[in-house]
Design a protein around this ligand. Structure first.
Ligand code: SME
Length: 166
């Protein structure tokens, strides 16, 4: 099988760190992270971040790609809400076979959800859709996880200074 090209988390995180060092706040860092991820790989056709709020609802934050009806997703609903409920990342190679799948676009064939978390504490998630079947190999998932880990540190910092409790 032809090896798929893989995004490079080090490049993404280095740019995020550079912006952070310049004083850019978390919300703008999230927007930049979405943009860098989206542009990193041609088969990322929709890239966004959902944040988990205290009412146990995911709310859509920055995203690139087609507009979606799924701006609010309850924990346990869809692939995104299931990732939170089961506290695990979801790599869905064929969305037609996923129970509870909430369609963002009829063109989507596969989906990757990576939690932004600090152990049990889930802050948000990176959601990526592709028009290709099985678009997310383990190497890609690992790189997206590295970006999620980097973002989790920022969420933890914000929580510790009490700007917004998530
Ligand atoms: N497919 C997701 C909903 C989000 S859209 O893909 C942007 C889900 O099943 O939870």
């Amino acid at each position: 099988m032809k090896k798929k090209e893989t995004m490079n988390a080090e490049t993404v995180c280095a740019e995020l760190q550079r912006q952070r060092d310049l004083g850019v706040d978390l919300d703008d860092i999230l927007t930049l992270a979405v943009s860098l991820l989206h542009e990193s790989t041609p088969r990322f056709h929709w890239t966004g971040i959902y944040e988990l709020f205290p009412d146990r609802v995911l709310r859509l934050g920055p995203f690139l790609g087609a507009p979606t009806d799924h701006v609010f997703i309850g924990v346990g609903e869809g692939v995104c809400g299931t990732a939170v409920a089961e506290q695990r990342n979801m790599n869905v190679p064929d969305v037609t076979k996923a129970q509870n799948y909430l369609a963002c676009s009829t063109a989507t064939r596969s989906e990757l959800v990576v939690l932004i978390r600090d152990h049990e504490q889930i802050y948000a998630q990176i959601d990526i859709d592709s028009h290709e079947l099985d678009a997310f190999d383990p190497a890609v998932e690992t790189e997206v996880e590295k970006v999620a880990t980097w973002l989790a540190v920022l969420y933890r910092e914000r929580e510790s200074v009490g700007v917004r409790a998530l």
